[in-house]
Unconditional design. Structure first.
Length: 475
């Protein structure tokens, strides 16, 4: 009946203060909390208590999840990589944020905490402190089938889907059994990625000429007024900036460098894909992202991970590494060249379909990529390095020690067998415990209040969330 909120950015605060649908009892803005670190006296006794009480097992994960603090990114473009705070200031930031989150929970006493994404110090602390206190924590996750959304009590797996999956495997009938079979048949006949932003066609930067498209008159007519407005905003907030503010001069500088990299291109470093020969497939992730920072924090250096994977394969098996289309122009030629210097690595063009590579590969190896989930659906063996929901499917191998990787590869290539009934059982559970809703459009493009109210998917999502809060499994 009552709502409060921890908010990441000031623009979100303005939106919540302006809307009239929900009256919030309290709004805590993380950007305001951040500013307090500069007047906070460092208290190591408090931090040691915090680490003992809420460490996982130490406090570093709370800092490394924040791209602005640890990498200087979001405010600067990849490949820029420099912390925005000193070590001492990082500790102060942890201290002031933990105090603010704990005071917030003490005051509001929420029955449940619902988080769409954990990507900052505050959201990470909120999740783990609430969970440690016995407050129900609910993550909003993409089911990665169509436009379906699923809820989970943690970010390591889909907890309620797992429960249903185990019941179905033990003999319980699922009302979605036939729907799961139909989905698999249709997907295998015509594979389609669940997210339009992950296919090459979505990005218009994969060719060299795309980097000068902004010079077209109609594009200039749109971009010049926007840049002028942004510059005026920058001058207004220079006296009291927020730590997540993106300033136009840095954005322009980073964009110019990206355009130059795009114009130079890396086509001469790409290899053709021979789908008739055996190969292993590794899809590069967008960097940095929660896919690595949250779900696999010790595997964020993809270049070094690829070196380890390449030397773990049979001597005559190449590793096809495909760039994510969303990273075109961001990674440097030096990065690509280092990849191509690994003897059995072949760099694939971002314009090649990841689904095609997954369908023809002998083995897909990933951190947490959706391409690996699609490989599972296409009856292919998979190895993962991070916390991802499809680790729950027997036959998917999670590598937790790099020294074991060669043996896991050998086992997956020689002993792995596809289990269709188990996959149908998992797919049934996933369909049963998810809702079809155009959540990506709301996230990426925004929507008016009227559009939200008119979307039946949003209503169904709200009903499912209410059901999870009211009928907690407590497992």
């Amino acid at each position: 009946m009552e709502f409060c909120a921890l908010i990441g950015q000031r623009s979100s605060l303005r939106f919540l203060e302006a809307q009239r649908d929900i009256a919030y009892t309290s709004l805590l803005l993380e950007e305001d909390v951040h500013k307090k670190l500069y007047s906070e006296e460092l208290d190591m006794k408090y931090l040691r208590w915090l680490e003992n009480e809420y460490g996982i097992p130490n406090l570093w994960p709370y800092l490394y999840i924040d791209r602005v603090i640890m990498n200087g990114q979001l405010v600067r473009e990849y490949p820029f990589d420099a912390p925005s705070l000193s070590h001492e200031d990082m500790l102060r930031r942890l201290q002031v944020t933990a105090k603010a989150v704990i005071a917030f929970l003490d005051k509001e006493q929420p029955d449940a905490v619902v988080i769409s994404v954990i990507g900052s110090v505050g959201s990470m602390l909120l999740h783990h402190i609430a969970k440690k206190r016995g407050i129900q924590t609910i993550q909003i996750e993409f089911a990665r089938i169509g436009n379906r959304i699923v809820f989970s009590e943690n970010y390591h797996t889909f907890t309620w889907v797992r429960e249903k999956f185990e019941k179905i495997r033990s003999g319980q009938l699922s009302p979605m059994h036939e729907e799961a079979k139909r989905f698999l048949a249709e997907f295998r006949a015509t594979p389609v990625h669940y997210d339009e932003s992950a296919v090459p066609e979505f990005y218009k930067q994969t060719g060299r000429l795309a980097n000068i498209r902004f010079l077209q008159p109609r594009n200039l007519a749109r971009s010049v007024p926007w840049h002028i407005r942004t510059l005026l905003q920058d001058f207004k907030r220079r006296k009291d900036p927020d730590y997540t503010d993106i300033f136009l001069w840095w954005a322009l500088w980073d964009k110019v460098k990206r355009k130059i990299r795009g114009l130079r291109g890396a086509g001469d470093l790409f290899s053709p894909a021979d789908m008739k020969k055996q190969f292993a497939y590794f899809p590069l992730h967008i960097d940095p992202e929660v896919a690595t920072m949250l779900y696999a924090p010790f595997y964020t250096n993809q270049l070094e991970l690829i070196r380890a994977i390449a030397r773990s394969l049979p001597i005559d098996m190449p590793l096809y590494v495909k760039e994510h289309p969303g990273m075109v122009g961001y990674r440097t030629r030096v990065y690509y060249r280092e990849l191509t210097q690994i003897p059995n690595v072949r760099l694939m063009s971002p314009s090649i379909s990841g689904l095609d590579l997954a369908a023809h590969s002998s083995l897909t190896i990933t951190i947490t990529s959706t391409n690996a989930w699609e490989s599972v659906l296409l009856k292919k063996p998979v190895i993962t390095f991070g916390d991802v929901f499809f680790n729950d499917i027997p036959g998917v191998e999670r590598c937790q020690s790099i020294e074991n990787l060669p043996f896991i590869v050998k086992r997956q290539l020689e002993e792995w067998r596809h289990d269709e009934e188990t996959l149908i059982a998992y797919m049934s559970a996933l369909l049963e415990d998810s809702v079809a809703v155009d959540f990506s459009a709301l996230w990426n493009k925004g929507a008016s209040s009227e559009e939200v109210h008119a979307d039946s998917g949003i209503r169904n999502l709200a009903r499912l969330l209410a059901d999870k809060i009211l009928h907690t499994s407590h497992t």
